[in-house]
Design a binder for this molecule. Structure first.
Ligand SMILES: Nc1nc2c(ncn2[C@@H]2O[C@H](COP(=O)(O)OP(=O)(O)OP(=O)(O)O)[C@@H](O)[C@H]2O)c(=O)[nH]1
Ligand SMILES: [Mg+2]
Length: 387
């Protein structure tokens, strides 16, 4: 009798099917508006990985340019290619995690969909994993033999600064912990997966910081190339996502990081309130109650817009959903204000110092606003399509 090489082969043996090669590697590629890059990437991978038992899983966040349809078109002629299309969601890290969880391969690799990562390095990464020399192999731009291509100096400086910040959450040395190009053993992912923050762009950092055991890391150099086609999604908000990730790793076990962001946005709202109030009341001499009402509306709208762009960036509302969100946010916060005043007045009547009574009212109002808007304004049902 033929010797079975893996449980997968044993399972198939009874069906009479011919097993060409067991699945060994899944390459996970997060995409957003990469329609003109996906075919090129598949071809480049075919050239480098041919012969191995591998597949490529594109995780697309319902890109408006039709990336998912393009991937499925390719997949119909190439069974190595799969498409995971997420609706009403955004986020590079969470896309990578869901792609990895959709794979059954013992080895996983993550790379960008715009051909910036050098696919020629993948066989070396796979070999290191096969030999059991590391749990994670990181493609590094900052180790000897690596490079960052034609980045301008400000982007290069920003990347180095972010790398330094990362030391706050990972205690192991890595020259390029911000890398989006890496390969790992599935059994290194599984213990970490429930601790992941799933925030922002930096999945490798999240993974290393979330692993209950110390992962064995190895780096392999590569040159970061220019995009093949399309536009960058790296915007100023990516930096905010990074700060949120670091904060979640540092204090997320004490207080939810979204609540901290919500509180910070609320503080900005107080400044907006006073700016509008003083302009209308002091400068334009509009009666106090109208000025106060206008300032409250302005602060509420500003808080909603900031929370939508930052605190709930991964499920931000657009178009008609944005208007509906603003209304439900306004309603929830009005009730929050009533709770705030009610609690503060009650405590004040019971001889609590006025500052403490006011603070207690603010905390109760903020928790109410956070809980209710998280449930109604940015609920699953409220998530609309994004641009
Ligand atoms: N699924 C998914 N993929 C995303 C999202 N944002 C970015 N991506 C993909 O993640 C990869 C990296 O994003 P890029 O915009 O290329 O970021 P970058 O490589 O740091 O920046 P550039 O050098 O300017 O290209 C690309 O394949 C994007 O299509 C997202 O929200 N969801
Ligand atoms: Mg890119």
């Amino acid at each position: 009798m033929m010797k079975m090489e893996s449980p997968a082969m044993e399972l198939l043996a009874g069906t009479g099917e011919v097993v060409v090669g067991a699945l060994e590697l899944s390459v996970i590629v997060p995409t957003f508006n990469e329609r003109d890059n996906v075919f090129e990437l598949v071809q480049r991978l075919e050239a480098r990985l041919n012969g191995n038992g591998w597949e490529i899983i594109f995780v697309d966040d319902d890109s408006p340019d039709g990336t998912a349809a393009r991937v499925r078109e390719i997949a119909r002629g190439n069974p190595r290619v799969r498409c995971l299309q997420r609706i009403g969601r955004r986020g590079l890290s969470s896309a990578c995690v869901e792609g990895m969880m959709a794979s059954s391969a013992p080895y996983l690799a993550v790379m960008d969909g715009d051909c910036q990562h050098d696919e020629g390095v993948l066989p070396r990464m796979l070999e290191i994993l096969r030999r059991g020399e590391a749990d994670v192999v990181v493609g590094s731009r900052y180790t000897d033999g690596g490079g960052i291509g034609s980045w301008n100096t400000s982007r290069a400086k920003m990347s180095r600064f972010a790398t330094r910040l990362s030391r706050a959450v990972i205690r192991q040395h890595l020259s390029d912990p911000m890398s989006g190009f890496f390969a790992l053993r599935r059994d290194a992912l599984e213990p970490a997966v429930r601790n992941l923050s799933n925030i922002g762009f930096k999945i490798l950092l999240d993974l290393i910081a979330s692993s209950p055991q110390r992962l064995r890391l190895k780096e392999t150099p590569y040159h970061f190339r220019n995009r093949h086609a399309g536009e960058s999604k790296l915007d100023s908000q990516a930096m905010w996502g990074y700060v949120m990730l670091l904060a979640d790793k540092l204090i997320g076990h004490i207080v939810p990081v979204r609540f901290v962001a919500f509180g910070l946005v609320g503080t900005v709202g107080v400044f907006v309130h006073f700016a509008v109030l003083s302009t209308l009341f002091r400068v334009m001499s509009i009666p106090f109650r109208f000025s106060q009402a206008a300032a409250t509306m302005a602060a509420m709208a500003c808080n909603f817009a900031l929370n939508n762009a930052l605190t709930y960036r991964d499920m931000r509302l657009t178009g008609w959903q944005w208007i509906k969100g603003l209304m439900s946010f306004g309603l929830a916060c009005s009730l929050g204000a009533l709770a705030n005043v009610g609690i503060a007045s009650y405590l004040f009547r019971r001889d609590t110092a006025w500052v403490l009574a006011a603070l207690a009212g603010i905390v109760v109002g903020a928790v109410w606003n956070y809980a209710v808007t998280g449930f109604y304004t940015w609920s699953k049902e409220g998530r609309g399509p994004r641009s």
